[in-house]
Design a protein around this ligand. Structure first.
Ligand code: ADP
Length: 542
């Protein structure tokens, strides 16, 4: 296949080439933690730092982040990663040529232009407080849940940023007033960070009023708001009108790989261009070098399976999302993707650790679950906040079925791991249906993300899908994807280098299915029964 081409008529001239190296930094702002990773020209990580931040649970189903705290984690991670790399002899100060940003998607921040302060905590992508707003819109608008799908590729759901913004507008006075007075800025985490990195001035002095930074987002993050037209890649005026959202509060949409702006004074990476921006799942796609017809599954807090559909926008009839894969430059063609999003994957493992206390660390699930050959008939549906793809049921809640007196914690741990894989399989099934009913035969799934380190989880995934699962040596594909995009824009590497797979393939691990087809089918049938039993359990009127 022909790769996308990105015109680089005027390559970026580095401020100072270092004899000791050329580096690209990546801000990876995830749901539970922030990382800053510095790569050298051969894509090797030469310094990194990661820090967790507070998860705020004001009530059941609500999840918030403190946007100021997130910004501070970026500062700390940058400083510590640079210190580590410098201590190892790398001249990062002179050789850092670009920074890429990748982030948890959909999480919504509204802040004041004049003070630079958020007007409310960020509402996180998993938060379901907007159920009532979604229902209202579904009842009022022709086509119900699918009303906006032709324009943005997405169904009406609590998941997407526009619904979160409407909630803020209807429930938070400060937001309403700032929107009316023209002082409000809306953004996902990428916009919030870039605005601050490019000059939002409490990055220098928290007591001063803000100097405006650049208010931008990229096509992939914008494609998750419900507000961008997926074909024109511009804010969709009819959607904005229907929802009563003023275009003035929205950021400018840019491509995934271009020089967006320069980091302001006061940051550890001052003067370095920000040259790449992608939502985390899109960055992972690029990090995995997924081309047309190839799919990847990222196992983090949630799990996200994306299939690159090339230049074809698919408006799903099987519960999937039409989204952007990547657009590597302002004039480059757009690669689209079909996505199946699963809200709870690694988060179910965290629940075993934090709420049930049957493990102390996430990796322990592997040994615990290995103590039994199967889940002993137990099926776990982690619909903690409803179910996303392909079901889109906000009234579903967690269920564990098939328990007997024989059930022990190993069975439960195994059922939790299996639940992650069953959900991913449901998504892949829908992808095949969308494409006309093919099966997983001949298919291969690329995997990454924190939980993909679990070998048992990956083997179960291969068994339940009945196809090979391929894990790269570096599972931090979101971070490397953002670095690829940024380095590409400033000429550190080329598209051919990014998409060349030889070196990568040498270090991959492949998990091949060993479960008999008959057993696989039986397990999938039981899973299906368990899923349907999780429906309609939440009282959404409360
Ligand atoms: P995010 O980017 O969403 O914050 P990460 O990619 O950092 O997520 O992955 C962290 C998630 O993966 C956590 O939910 C954790 O419980 C889970 N996880 C990490 N390691 C393992 C493991 N070895 N086995 C199972 N789950 C794991």
């Amino acid at each position: 296949m022909t790769l996308t081409t990105f015109p680089r008529k005027k390559p970026f001239k580095p401020r100072k080439m270092s004899k000791k190296g050329t580096f690209v930094g990546s801000i990876d702002q995830g749901t539970t933690s922030t990382r800053f990773i510095i790569y050298d020209q051969s894509f090797k990580a030469i310094g990194s730092h990661q820090t967790e931040f507070t998860q705020i649970f004001p009530q059941a189903g609500w999840i918030e982040h403190n946007a100021m705290e997130i910004m501070e984690t970026v500062r700390v991670c940058m400083a510590k990663a640079i210190d580590k790399a410098t201590a190892d002899g790398h001249d990062v100060d002179n050789g850092l040529l670009a920074i890429g940003v990748t982030n948890q998607r959909e999480t919504t921040v509204v802040w004041s232009k004049s003070t630079g302060r958020p007007l409310h905590n960020a509402i996180v992508w998993m938060d379901v407080r907007t159920s009532a707003i979604c229902r209202r819109l579904e009842e009022q608008l022709p086509g119900g849940k699918q009303h906006f799908q032709d324009a943005c590729g997405l169904p009406i759901s609590t998941y997407f940023s526009a619904m979160k913004f409407l909630w803020l507008l209807e429930n938070v006075d400060a937001v309403k007033k700032a929107v009316e007075s023209g002082d409000a800025l809306f953004g996902t985490i990428d916009s919030w960070l870039i605005w601050n990195l490019t000059g939002g001035c409490h990055s220098v002095d928290p007591t001063q009023n803000a100097v405006s930074g650049l208010h931008v987002t990229d096509v992939s993050n914008a494609s998750r708001t419900m507000l961008m037209n997926i074909k024109t890649l511009e804010w969709d005026k009819p959607t904005l009108e229907t929802l009563g959202i003023p275009i003035e509060i929205l950021p400018k949409i840019v491509s995934n790989s271009e020089i967006i702006g320069t980091v302001a004074k006061g940051w550890p990476t001052a003067n370095v261009p920000i040259a790449g921006c992608l939502g985390d799942q899109h960055a992972a796609m690029l990090g995995q070098a997924c081309r047309k017809g190839e799919a990847k599954s990222t196992y983090g807090t949630g799990a996200f399976i994306l299939l690159n559909t090339g230049d074809e926008v698919i408006i799903s009839k099987h519960g999937l999302l039409g989204t952007i894969a990547y657009k590597l430059g302002p004039n480059a063609p757009t690669n689209y993707a079909l996505e199946g999003s699963i809200a709870i994957a690694g988060a179910a493992v965290q629940w075993l650790r934090d709420s049930l206390g049957i493990i102390k660390t996430a990796p322990e699930t592997e040994d615990l679950a290995k103590q039994v050959d199967n889940s002993g008939g137990v099926y776990f549906v982690p619909a903690f906040n409803g179910l996303f793809a392909p079901w889109w049921k906000d009234d579903a809640r967690g269920a564990m079925v098939g328990i007997t007196r024989f059930t022990n914690k190993s069975h439960i741990a195994r059922a939790v791991l299996e639940s992650i894989c069953f959900q991913a399989n449901d998504v892949l099934d829908s992808m095949h249906k969308e494409k006309g009913g093919a099966t997983n035969e001949g298919f291969l799934l690329r995997v990454d993300g924190g939980a993909s380190a679990n070998n048992l989880l990956m083997q179960i995934q291969a068994d339940l899908m009945g196809c090979p699962v391929v894990r790269p040596a570096d599972i931090e594909t979101t971070a490397i994807g953002a670095a690829y995009a940024a380095g590409l824009a400033v000429g550190v590497w080329t598209e051919d280098e990014i998409f060349s797979t030889e070196q990568r393939q040498a270090k991959e691990t492949t998990f091949r299915p060993i479960l008999k087809e008959e057993q696989r089918k039986k397990k999938l049938e039981s899973w299906y029964k368990a899923v349907t039993r999780s429906f309609d359990l939440a009282d959404l009127s409360l």
